[in-house]
Unconditional design. Sequence first.
Length: 513
Amino acid sequence: MQEKFDVIIIGSGLGGLVSANILAKEGKKVCVLEKNNQFGGNLQTFVRDKSIFDTGIHYIGGLDKGQNLYQYFKYLDIMDDLKLKRMDIDAYDVITFDDDEFEYPHAQGYDNFVKQLVKFFPEEKKGIQEYVDKVKDTCYRFPLYNLNEGDRYYGEDLLTLKAKDYINSIIKDPKLRAVLAGSNLLYAGDPEKTPFYVHALSVNSYMESAWRCIQGGSQIAKLLVKRFRALGGKIYKYQEVNKFNFEEDQLVSVSTTKGDTFYADNFVSNVDPKLTLQIVGKERFRKLYYKRIQNTESIISSFSLYIVFEKGTFPYINKNYYHTKTFDQVWTTQDYAEENWPEAYMFTTNEDLKNPGYAENLTSIAYMRFDEMEPWSHTFNTVAEKNDRGEDYEAFKQRKIEAYLKEIEKKYPNIRSCIKSIHTSTPLSYRDYIGCYEGSMYGFVKDADNPMKSFLSPRTRIPNLLFTGQGLNMHGVLGVTISAVVTCGELVGKEHLLQRIKDTLAEKELSES
């Protein structure tokens, strides 16, 4: 007799793993299917020269006691086992520009955020305070952001206010405008489209508190897998779903490239919605629905540089740098000319635990359009399915490394002498490993002029197939965790689930007091 599950989850990214844990806690019989050799999606890490690199999670916000992600992780039984390092209180992020010696800080704590920036822009204290208040107010209006019941989004003014327009309306100094928007690589900010709520939800949790995961973000995935298995859940690697099977228009099972078939009552896809619909088959959906999702614009991809340092040569920096060549480019570096790439980048270091004060490695990320991958877009390469993309691809990466290093050298002229080895990932890496459309960093573009276009219901046109993950509402660790709560609420009841989370937190607090 073929084993049957209550829920099968396709993909073990954060959205899939959180959904799996929530449903298993609710007594459901759950199975997770993952195509790769490692669980975790963007939580995956990899090792080069015995040095651990993160693929997607470079720092996390909202993990101080009582803050929102802290509460979600506490409910999931992983908070107490995370190995974290708090980032610089007065400058967790630093915004810099060519030909400007100053380093403009984003500080932890709302009052401290204002205090640190006012040192550089004393005439703009009122505007900076107004900005911080607006960030707080915006986040408060998203109920699940604060573990409250209510509609997911409300108030058209919330969805249609553009980030650039709002910042410009309260700040006169053009440099300060750029500083407040300077970390927009966090959400791929677009001057004509990005709503202020996307900006606010992206930066607010770091303003509350900012943390590094010691030895990588994969610890989150490992803890979630461990808890899930302890709850009786089943999870499999190397099981890539390539077919959804129907009986009399009812979805009953999925098949994998290994030839296995898994049966369930409900199915949750943690795979990019565009790809999910393609695997299911367009004939299963209304033409308009299928077309809308396939035509929704995906956010740009990225190129990442991973540098392993020689021991004791490069200082550990307990903050992230967001650098743009000129302050008036902050919103437009996605539209780079290839000869000027990269026009902006972020970089972050990990401390050598055996050599405190020095960095073991550095990760730097810059935008890259998928069209640069065109010569190799037909190829596929992962640890689970190895293929060589050839000498031209390697030469392309070497050219990009050289251009990138020249930009970083402007800030750190001696960095080359510290380098042991350099590694890269391209939009193809993100596409192949993470399964996101054209390597998209953060799912769908959010457009303030057409706010509902990129909003997806967790329910699809197939009654027992649901979405979760960054394609659903917001990206990032907190956004994706909330997406899992939204999805699971559809299966077990929204009010019931939120009450369960609150009751669990209250019980934990009582037992720890």
